[in-house]
Design a protein around this ligand. Structure first.
Ligand code: HEC
Ligand code: HEC
Ligand code: HEC
Ligand code: HEC
Ligand code: HEC
Length: 656
């Protein structure tokens, strides 16, 4: 046949469509897989999130397809997993992790926050900040992610495969397992001879963030997870056979973030860390640290001079690493405290610390304390940095007459031009800063910002009275200078270096709160009203006292009194008259005497200001006022207790 233009043209078209039909339309027409447990129909919100997911290019970096060569990413994907997907977004580049099974690994809030500030969660992440997505958009995407994968996939992990079955903890030295709670001398010699020291080092660097320093699953990261890290202090872990331990630590746990450690730890390292967890955390009894005294290598005097630079460097590390256990103010009240046995010490105890010399601190900071949660820092920080920590602890916390030298005079504070020019961006809300202040700052600066927080009392110098220091009448107090102080801390004081801990957005939210509460620069406080929409989130509104009486059998005004005195009296006054010591200087104005005006726009003005009303206010706060939502700080029971007390202290005036 002669290849005329016409034949080539039409012939080409026929071949093209034949190929398209076979490769594209036939599969669409005959593809009828059975849906698997991994597939779920999408709700309208999830479908919207899915559209946003690919329109924002998430699939350029994230796949949703697990091949059989993919180690430990979850079960191999099947056609039925994609039953409800149209179009499919398998993705082809794994710049970020595969997301097939990401659902229910973490909370929705984690997903939203991570999308906005990935480096807050994973410092080296190259994932872009998706801050331009609105909250509803980010929530839709999070809802979509939350739906991916299948929790029951975790359940196939019941008996160890052949590779792990019947393996037992290798014997080290003569000490295998200490099972006698009264066994003597459990200090360093036994600890090291039992091979626990190496395990402790690995635990601190690999497991602490999730499983927590007490092995109870309360690591800082653990709180963000839906499938929470195991608590080794309870069964089945206390009695779990060695091969189960070895298998799970090696392979990780499907459907959870527990990593497969065979990828990064040798066989021996895995056994070391297992031995440590089994004998220190899962052990059925407490051990005596029996520390002894510093070994000769540590018998030294602090070689560093007491300068602001050294104190400051110590404080930087303290804020980042130590405050979670020891507290910002060294009283042992950090967020990790819960569940640590023995608890971190209170450095404000001269009886204990008068006898301590430099070496006592340096040794413990370097080696840790055996059989306790105190980590070993010598692998992480240089000797100079550890001495800086000692300098910081001795000058700030253990204020005895044995402290190394007189504190240097505070030096004037260098603020960079960039810091000076910082201003609070438009979208920043008062609410975000207020909640942060409640959790991070109020225990030193006081709920009313008057410098009288419950933990700040023994610090020298005392926490700043922000009502005075930040008033518009003070020279050189601007958003920029305040940002710099929050970021860098204040030299030669216990004011933490928040730049180590809070990202810039969070610090700016603090500045916004400080500005509108205490007057920075422009004198906005008192004039700016944030009352806006004083709406209580509906789940907190209870109108039926019957419900709560069934919920909480033993609320008591007596227990509420202590809570009231610590958290409420500073503003509302002992009798609820609004004349607390801290309220006097509030530029935003003291609260009205109880019962104040009816402030909730989404409750009918006729709704009674009764006990459930007080509960709702105390729990969620009043938007835009200095009245915090105490939910992050107080338990539900304490909120009921203090509400009952409030009702009582005002002579039952609430309720009408
Ligand atoms: C430039 C590539 C890139 C883009 C685009 C991207 N990511 Fe990521 N993503 C990453 C990397 C790298 C990580 C791993 C580090 C981390 O956790 O941030 C990650 C981690 C994640 C994780 C945590 C997964 C896990 O199991 O730890 C989720 C969820 C996620 N991304 C969702 C998204 C969403 C939703 C979008 C779109 C709005 C998106 N990503 C866009 C690169 C990207
Ligand atoms: C990223 C957080 C994370 C890290 C880091 C982590 N784990 Fe886990 N781990 C988890 C979660 C989540 C679970 C719970 C999974 C489940 O539901 O069983 C878990 C469970 C476990 C279990 C119990 C497994 C079982 O039988 O259910 C062991 C044992 C364990 N982890 C040991 C370790 C050790 C040892 C390390 C350090 C080498 C470590 N983990 C580090 C998150 C983590
Ligand atoms: C995981 C929680 C945790 C972290 C993080 C932590 N510690 Fe500790 N620390 C403890 C516990 C618990 C003790 C008490 C042990 C005991 O009872 O003897 C302790 C004891 C100490 C002691 C000895 C006090 C004494 O009475 O002998 C010093 C000094 C110390 N820690 C400094 C630090 C420094 C500096 C950092 C940060 C680099 C730090 N710690 C981080 C939990 C922690
Ligand atoms: C461990 C106790 C402590 C905590 C927690 C703390 N501060 Fe401070 N803060 C201090 C001390 C001490 C000073 C310095 C007092 C002085 O200069 O005399 C200070 C000073 C300040 C100043 C400077 C006032 C001025 O212009 O002189 C600001 C602003 C401030 N703090 C904000 C915060 C914020 C915001 C937080 C929470 C994110 C916070 N602080 C948490 C103890 C603390
Ligand atoms: C930092 C100061 C401050 C602290 C601390 C504080 N409040 Fe308030 N509270 C306020 C302000 C401001 C209002 C706003 C109403 C007003 O102006 O009277 C308010 C309002 C209230 C109301 C609502 C009154 C009404 O008229 O609707 C209740 C109830 C209340 N607070 C209870 C408490 C309890 C209980 C605590 C302790 C757990 C507490 N507050 C701690 C400042 C504070």
């Amino acid at each position: 046949m002669k290849m005329t233009f016409r034949i080539v043209f039409w012939g080409g078209l026929i071949v093209f469509f034949a190929v398209v039909a076979v490769a594209v339309f036939t599969p669409v027409a005959v593809w009828r897989p059975t849906p698997t447990d991994v597939s779920h129909p999408y709700t309208a919100q999830e479908a919207a999130g899915r559209t946003l997911f690919y329109s924002n290019g998430c699939n350029y970096c994230h796949t949703q397809y697990v091949r059989d060569v993919d180690n430990a990413m979850g079960p191999v994907s099947e056609a039925g997993n994609y039953y409800y997907d149209n179009p499919m977004i398998l993705g082809s580049e794994r710049t970020g992790p595969d997301l097939s099974y990401v659902g229910r690994k973490r909370s929705m809030q984690w997903e939203i926050d991570h999308m906005r500030w990935p480096r807050q969660y994973s410092p080296l992440s190259i994932m872009p900040d998706f801050t331009f997505l609105s909250t509803p958009q980010a929530t839709d995407i999070a809802a979509y992610l939350f739906n991916l994968g299948d929790r029951s996939a975790a359940e196939f992990m019941i008996t160890p495969p052949a590779l792990y079955a019947s393996r037992t903890l290798p014997v080290i030295g003569s000490v295998v397992k200490t099972t006698d709670p009264n066994a003597p001398a459990q200090g360093w010699p036994t600890f090291k001879a039992a091979g626990l020291y190496d395990g402790k080092l690995i635990y601190a660097s690999h497991c602490l963030t999730c499983h927590g320093c007490a092995g109870n699953g309360l690591g800082t990261y653990g709180g963000t997870l839906i499938v929470t890290p195991a608590n080794f202090k309870v069964d089945p872990f206390r009695t779990m056979p060695d091969d189960q331990w070895f298998w799970h630590v090696s392979e990780g746990v499907q459907g959870s973030v527990m990593p497969p450690w065979k990828e990064s730890l040798t066989v021996q390292e895995r056994w070391d860390v297992i031995r440590f967890v089994q004998q220190v955390y899962a052990a059925p009894f407490e051990r005596d640290p029996n520390e002894g005294s510093p070994t000769p290598a540590y018998q030294k005097k602090n070689p560093l001079p007491i300068t602001i630079a050294n104190i400051d460097a110590g404080k930087r590390i303290w804020t980042r690493e130590c405050a979670v256990c020891h507290g910002d103010e060294g009283k042992g009240q950090g967020v990790y405290r819960q569940g640590i046995e023995p608890v971190p010490p209170n450095f404000d105890n001269p009886a204990n610390y008068d006898p301590y010399i430099d070496a006592d601190y340096f040794w413990r900071v370097s080696e840790g304390v055996p059989w306790t949660a105190m980590p070993t820092w010598k692998k992480v920080y240089t000797a100079q940095q550890r001495w800086q920590l000692v300098t910081y602890i001795r000058t700030m916390f253990t204020q005895t007459d044995k402290k190394p030298a007189q504190l240097p005079e505070a030096e004037s504070f260098a603020i960079t031009p960039t810091e000076r020019s910082m201003t609070v961006p438009k979208g920043t809300t008062y609410e975000a800063g207020r909640q942060q202040f409640l959790i991070q700052c109020a225990h030193c600066h006081g709920l009313a910002g008057d410098g009288k927080g419950w933990d700040g009392t023994y610090l020298n110098p005392a926490p700043a009275n922000l009502q005075k220091k930040l008033a518009s009448s003070q020279p050189d107090i601007t958003e920029g200078t305040t940002f710099a102080k929050v970021t860098n801390g204040i030299d030669n004081t216990a004011m933490p270096i928040w730049g180590e801990f809070l990202n810039a957005d969070m610090r700016l939210a603090d500045v916004k709160y400080l500005k509108d509460s205490f007057n920075i620069g422009t004198g906005a406080a008192g004039k700016t009203s944030h009352y806006g929409n004083g709406a209580v989130p509906l789940p907190y509104v209870r109108t039926d006292t019957g419900i709560f009486e069934a919920e909480i059998a033993t609320i008591s005004p007596d227990a509420g009194k202590a809570v009231y005195e610590q958290y409420c009296a500073t503003c509302h006054g002992e009798t609820g008259a609004g004349d607390g010591a801290g309220a006097k200087g509030l530029p935003g104005g003291a609260p009205a005497p109880f019962p104040g005006p009816h402030l909730f726009t989404n409750l009918k003005p006729s709704a009674p200001m009764n006990l459930p009303y007080i509960f709702a206010v105390t729990r969620s706060g009043i938007p835009g006022t200095m009245m915090y939502g105490f939910q992050p700080l107080l338990t539900e029971t304490d909120i009921w207790n203090v509400s009952t007390y409030t009702l009582q202290v005002t002579g039952g005036k609430f309720g009408g």
